[in-house]
Write a protein that binds this ligand. Structure first.
Ligand code: GCU
Length: 683
């Protein structure tokens, strides 16, 4: 069935007849020596991939016998590769990179795929197949590719009972009940999909952690998963519940400065490494949203992180300590808390600690300005945390391609070391000279047949992985690749779908939270509009806290006259965002309380502009529906109908958002909705 299970690794036969002809000549035989598990996977991938794409069986030889050989391997695994003397070029691509070169081998024109490690060969294998999947010219390859970030990690917010926090694609993939004995084929397919993107780490468990995963009963199951993933270059990490020494260790305290606690974690880490020799380390959420942490004992985040870092250091493990913190005391502005708690600790973390920072200071909104911690802690490796699962972007019924959102943050200029101090340079270590680097994405994967619930959710897993490897790729080029691989290389499909992808995130921003509005979603589940929600539990969990609409205007004043969260940014950014005239309109209501009649660049008043943006959002979804209708003739019925019915829901929801927000905000603005716009209907 065409249910989306095959993701972007479909390998259907090349559609263009000329291309097919060329490729058949250019890839006529394969030379790949070595029998390790990783090379066996590469060989299998090439066999299946080329068989599918070229529609013919593949011949394996020991040496190139004619033009059109693909020679793959490392100097250690392959005498043919070793003889090519590629050492200098290989040195430059590091442990995970690879070369794809058109060159003569034994006098025969060949394609050489060489890497320093077998995982590098596997990554290059997927790259090579992608070139064919996306109908590229492979006659003169001169590719040298290596990741800009060291740790490229998925964060699964999966609970041990298989529910997934903020997961909208079924239950957790990890079948703890059948582990360790039963290795589901799906684990291998999951690892393979990650390897195709270069994702090299997976945190199996929820940041709201359950200490039980650290007990022997679970560790044997974790080890089975790690064994299954290893040949794909995928390392396993776990979340560490800070109070585990009490809950499963029988200690009286979890104070990080208490020697018995330190010893407990050292022993625990050693035990984990006895099951998983290449265990990656811990991801920790502490003193946030009720989770235990070092502050319970009067200690700080560095004390907590360092204790765990010391426990995993002997085996080369790392700690990813999250900066998403807010406590039980209501702050004057929740956006300020992470910076306030972490910035003073810069320079106090161990060498194997990364501080993992969400892209924005509130919480994975459809649009947020970059988090002020980027660039603010030059002595500490800062790791990016994106959310791939669409908690606040319509979950699995809304189509929102997130590459433009990821790129917007990565390209944002922190100005912390002058112009050009982009967030990307902070996290890739080039700005402040760090070698420990990384990026995390909160996964949108579950056991739904198509993995991500919405077929287009796959594009976000894909985009995250591609950007984790190379943050300089454009959203457009990633979209084209994904469309080519998932649907077709035919322009009749590519153009309309490209259009859908590229407008989708802005559409969501428009119909949910235009002009810098944020966190006005339904209470707790965050699905659908809820701008009217007030003080159910605490002020900063409610919408009115964030939009602050009143008779005069709307927006959160984060300048000096308000919370002054703006002061956490570099002076150049303060200057730009702090001034109503220069603040980018997409962040206007994030930083300013603006009067309803304030004139915007469009010449409209704020109120009218708001009405237009909400209406635009609805229109953009309708355009997506029309674009999708165009691809019907070229697509299988099953995937077509799936997306079509979800777009119908999305159109209803866009109207729901528009109507709810405009009618609600109108009770403050007391101004009419411009006549030319579609009237909201009271539901
Ligand atoms: C959000 C989300 C929570 C999650 C938290 C986190 O607040 O709603 O479910 O636990 O982020 O990132 O820790």
């Amino acid at each position: 069935a065409e249910d989306g299970y095959r993701l972007w690794l479909r390998y259907d036969q090349v559609q263009d007849a000329n291309k097919l002809q060329q490729y058949r000549q250019q890839v006529s035989e394969i030379v790949i020596e070595g029998s390790s598990p990783t090379l066996a996977i590469a060989r299998k991938e090439l066999t299946q991939g080329l068989k599918g794409l070229l529609g013919q069986d593949i011949i394996f030889t020991k040496q190139p016998t004619k033009a059109g050989a693909l020679v793959a391997g490392t100097p250690a695994s392959s005498p043919v590769v070793a003889a090519l003397q590629l050492n200098d070029k290989l040195k430059a691509v590091g442990p995970e990179g690879y070369l794809l070169l058109t060159m003569p081998v034994n006098g025969k024109n060949s394609t050489v795929l060489a890497a320093n490690t077998e995982v590098g060969v596997l990554y290059g294998t997927f790259h090579f197949l992608r070139l064919l999947q996306t109908a590229q010219d492979i006659s003169k390859l001169s590719i040298s590719s290596s990741p800009k970030l060291q740790h490229r990690v998925l964060n699964h917010w999966d609970n041990l009972d298989r529910t997934v926090e903020r997961g909208y694609a079924g239950f957790s993939l990890w079948d703890w009940h059948k582990l360790p004995g039963y290795i589901d084929q799906r684990y291998l397919d999951y690892a393979r999909a990650n390897a195709s993107l270069g994702i090299n780490g997976t945190v199996l468990t929820n940041v709201n952690a359950n200490a039980l995963v650290l007990t022997k009963e679970y560790l044997v199951k974790v080890a089975a998963l790690a064994d299954a993933f290893r040949p794909y270059g995928l390392k396993v990490y776990l979340t560490a519940r800070f109070s585990a020494p009490i809950e499963i260790g029988g200690l009286q305290t979890a104070d990080p400065l208490d020697p018995t606690v330190q010893t407990w974690w050292k022993d625990k880490a050693a035990e984990i490494y006895s099951y998983v020799p290449d265990f990656g380390g811990f991801l920790v959420k502490a003193n946030s949203e009720g989770q235990p942490g070092p502050q319970n004992y009067g200690r700080n985040h560095a004390d907590g992180a360092n204790m765990l870092a010391d426990a995993v250091a002997p085996q080369g493990g790392i700690v990813m300590w999250r900066a998403f913190v807010y406590d039980d005391k209501e702050p004057d502005d929740r956006a300020k808390q992470a910076y306030n708690e972490f910035k003073p600790l810069d320079g106090q973390f161990r060498k194997n600690v990364m501080v993992q920072v969400k892209n924005g200071a509130i919480d994975f909104q459809p649009r947020e300005p970059f988090h002020p911690l980027f660039g603010a802690m030059p002595k500490t490796p800062i790791m990016m945390e994106f959310q791939i699962t669409q908690e606040y972007l319509g979950q699995a019924t809304n189509l929102a391609y997130l590459a433009p959102m990821f790129r917007e943050t990565l390209q944002a200029d922190t100005h912390t070391k002058g112009k050009g101090s982009t967030v990307a340079k902070v996290i890739d270590g080039t700005l402040d000279n760090h070698t420990l680097t990384g990026i995390a994405g909160v996964a949108n994967i579950g056991n739904d047949r198509n993995w991500t619930g919405h077929l287009f959710g796959q594009s976000n897993w894909y985009a995250f992985g591609r950007l984790a490897w190379n943050h300089q790729l454009s959203s457009e080029s990633i979209a084209t690749e994904w469309i080519n691989m998932t649907f077709s290389t035919n322009a009749n499909v590519v153009l309309p779908v490209q259009d859908m992808l590229m407008t989708s995130r802005e559409a969501v921003v428009n119909y949910m939270t235009p002009l810098g509005l944020h966190h006005i979603m339904g209470w707790s589940h965050h699905y659908g509009p809820g701008p009217w929600i007030k003080d159910k539990h605490r002020a900063d969990w409610t919408s009115v806290y964030y939009h602050r609409a009143d008779e005069k205007g709307i927006g959160f004043d984060r300048t000096k006259t308000g919370s002054n969260a703006l002061a956490q940014y570099a002076p150049a950014v303060q200057k730009q965002f702090g001034n109503l005239k220069t603040c980018p309109e997409e962040f206007l209501l994030w930083f300013h309380h603006v009067s309803w009649d304030h004139k915007l660049k469009s010449g409209r008043t704020l109120w009218n502009e708001l009405c237009y943006r909400y209406s635009d959002g609805v229109q953009q979804v309708r355009d997506m529906q029309q674009n999708w209708a165009k691809v019907a003739p070229a697509l299988d019925e099953e995937r077509f109908a799936h997306v079509q019915s979800l777009l119908k829901i999305q159109e209803q929801e866009a109207r729901w958002w528009r109507d709810a927000c405009l009618l609600y905000f109108q009770t403050y603005s007391k101004r009419p909705i411009p006549q030319e716009l579609e009237k909201p209907t009271q539901t």
